[in-house]
Ligand binder design. Structure first.
Ligand code: FUL
Length: 502
């Protein structure tokens, strides 16, 4: 580091210490002298970047796993497939996108290339692509059809590009990183805006038996340059894998987690506002961000959870799974356990050999969507009188950006709801305003039964959204208590609902 850099670094660190608690960054550095309180306050002030906030608010996103595996009936191809077998007879990307949109999904991700290396777009980098298939006489481009449909129907568009490539002869050599950059460049420059780039963690052997050292940092840089709004997910700095492919997230889900491999100097210099760190450590534990975890960290980063799952047992379409499509009730349980646990759901809906989403999948998605819409149509709490002052009504205004909070030094709160008439409810909805940070650590919901307050439900983290179901309760006095918070807690929305019947 040269002298000027050193001075800038010192200044940046000083500013961070003095103003760090006020500035909005999606990371925080922990200094050697920081007390426990300093660290907790820093954690409570880490906020999502604009691209992370946009992504979180999507709530529901979809994967379309489609490719050569659809035709070989496999989950993982080995790269030796003949492109000639790729022949969807009625490919209709609009039907995919309309289905997703009608199901409430706000963004989709197409598997532009899976581990087999077969490219769904006519790439210059390899002959293992649609250009050598009989589909549209080699003139087709699945990526384009999906991107165009997304734009036409107003939903987000993302790409999955598998770093692991079992077909590329250069895999396992430095040249592969150039090859990958070329593929990324094609995908990020030909199809308009890209909202998400999804990198899988799989890193197996290529055709020559060698493994590849992926040049992630170079790829991140390229994405930031070509598509600055895109979130880079999983093997990337913006979005974290929740740690399971079941669709079920953690009960306690902190979006702020320790990051010990941040390039602290670069960050302090301000030259790396866009973090470029590879995810590290165990992503599957029950607790990634509690006080205990963050107190020993070197840095903290906003790194929210994405919960992926397939609507079928496999990621790709297999006819023998046509009767194993997840039922609407199962999808609903997944919804409560992913979106309802401070995550974004990434639901895979694999198009079939015709190139359309199969009838059973469409039917179950529509029934699922109906259950969600009907359940959340009326907030039964919204007529209540509140005991928290005039700003209290902001928790019912259905505007995420407006919120209620306590005094600056409060870390607990009690909100009492008084209703003229009894209401019967069995779902609690909570939303913190994460644009100022994630703070709530423990809460309880109670109702008044005679003179006594009785517990209905309790929980730990809230974050962007928390949903809890319980046996129906009938009451006209309800109380929500925040028992612990890292800093003054915020609530954007609070709701009590009655579940729709299937
Ligand atoms: C995994 C892959 O190996 C699966 O085939 C699938 O694409 C899933 C989303 O990620 O790592």
């Amino acid at each position: 580091m040269n002298k000027n850099n050193l001075i800038t670094l010192a200044f940046a660190l000083l500013c961070n210490t003095m103003f760090g608690q006020e500035t909005k960054e999606n990371y925080a550095l922990i200094q050697p002298g920081d007390t426990e309180k300093d660290i907790i306050t820093k954690a409570a002030n880490v906020t999502p970047s604009p691209r992370q906030l946009r992504w979180q608010q999507l709530e529901l996103t979809a994967f379309f796993h489609f490719g050569i595996n659809t035709f070989t009936d496999k989950e993982w191809g080995d790269g030796t497939e003949y492109p000639q077998i790729f022949y969807p007879t009625a490919l209709d990307a609009k039907q995919w996108v309309i289905t997703a949109k009608n199901a409430g999904i706000k963004q989709v991700i197409i598997t532009a290339k899976h581990h087999d290396g077969f490219c769904l777009w006519p790439t210059k980098t390899t002959s293992h692509s649609v250009a050598n298939s009989p589909w549209k006489e080699g003139k087709g481009d699945v990526v384009k059809e999906v991107a165009d449909a997304c734009r036409a129907y107003g939903i987000g568009f993302g790409i999955y590009l598998s770093p692991w490539d079992r077909n590329a002869s250069v895999y396992g050599t430095d040249t592969y990183n150039d090859f990958f950059v070329e593929q990324l460049t094609e995908l990020l420059t030909r199809y308009g805006r890209v909202d998400e780039v999804w990198f899988d963690g799989a890193n197996g052997e290529g055709p020559n038996g060698k493994k590849q050292v992926y040049d992630f940092e170079r790829w991140y840089k390229l994405i930031r340059e070509l598509q600055p709004a895109a979130t880079i997910a999983i093997m990337g700095p913006d979005v974290r894998w929740a740690g399971t492919e079941s669709g079920y997230g953690r009960e306690t889900e902190w979006s702020v987690v320790p990051a010990n491999n941040l390039d602290l100097t670069e960050i302090a210099l301000g030259s790396q506002r866009d973090l470029a760190f590879k995810p590290q450590g165990d992503m599957t534990g029950n607790d990634l961000g509690s006080r205990e975890k963050i107190l020993n960290a070197k840095g903290l980063v906003w790194y929210p959870a994405e919960t992926d799952v397939s609507i079928r047992p496999g990621w790709f379409y297999h006819a023998e799974e046509d009767d194993k499509v997840k039922a609407p009730e199962k999808l609903l349980d997944i919804y409560y356990s992913s979106v309802g646990r401070n995550g974004v759901l990434l639901l895979n809906i694999p198009p079939d050999k015709r190139g359309v989403i199969y009838e059973n999948d469409v039917a179950n998605l529509m029934a699922w969507k109906k259950l969600i819409t009907e359940t959340f149509a009326v907030n039964l709490a919204s007529k209540a009188r509140l005991t928290i002052g005039s700003k209290g009504k902001l928790i019912f205004d259905q505007d995420y950006d407006t919120y209620w909070t306590t005094g600056k030094n409060d870390t607990t709160a009690v909100i009492e709801l008084r209703l003229k008439e009894n209401i019967t409810f069995d779902v609690l909805l909570l939303q913190e305003n994460i644009s100022v940070g994630q703070r709530i650590e423990r809460f309880v919901l109670e109702y008044q039964d005679g003179k006594e307050w009785k517990e209905i439900a309790k929980g730990t983290t809230v974050g962007y959204k928390r949903l809890i179901r319980f046996d129906p309760v009938t009451a006209n006095k309800v109380r929500f208590r925040i028992l612990s918070s890292r800093l003054n807690p915020t609530l954007s929305e609070f709701g009590l609902y009655k579940q729709a019947q299937p």
